[in-house]
Design a protein around this ligand. Sequence first.
Ligand code: AMP
Length: 212
Amino acid sequence: MNILLLGAPGAGKGTQAKLLEKRLGLKHIAPGDILRDEVKNETELGIKAKSYMDGGNLVPDSLIIDMMIKRIDKENGVILDGFPRNIAQAEALTEYFRDSGKTLDHVIKISVSEDEIIRRLSGRRVCPECGATYNIMFNPPQKEGICDVDGTALIHRKDDTEETIHKRFSVFDEQTRPIIDYYQQHGGVEIVHGERDVEDIFNGILQYIEEN
Ligand code: AMP
């Protein structure tokens, strides 16, 4: 099974993808996580991607599409979180699924208002080791600044500052929102209300997958 999660930055795609990965045994692939690792390790890709990421812009398709398709191709089933992010990427993914004989089974959009997203992202803290996310206001770790899962010091992502959050939101509006229409015309999109408890959203997604 292949699942695509859509939604603005901070909608909760990563959180839900991790839960789905555990429950369904599919591979969670998030280009944002991959790119942050590449930046940390100062690889060629990381060095090229860094300035785009820090500014809240999309990294060029020439660096993203092949890298993502290769990773997807290695797996038996995936949960995509953060790819595709524009029409060119969506078309490349459709072509890949068509050529490989695989199917994209579910496209799910987690819907959250802009105000809520700004609240979530500005308080977000991330574990650079395991990817667990927290929020200093409404989901703090047990010990301030430390990951509950593995004890690593949490980081405030460079692109989670207020100015960059606004930029990322406008990039989402201009470049990523059109792919919702694209998927509505290519098989449909299930909209899931994202301003609920993590568990309620998860159960909503599971119920939809089971029934479709
Ligand atoms: P995310 O963790 O999904 O919010 O992604 C963080 C940053 O990585 C984005 O703001 C972009 O700079 C870059 N990025 C992630 N996914 C993509 C993608 N599919 N295409 C281009 N850039 C991406």
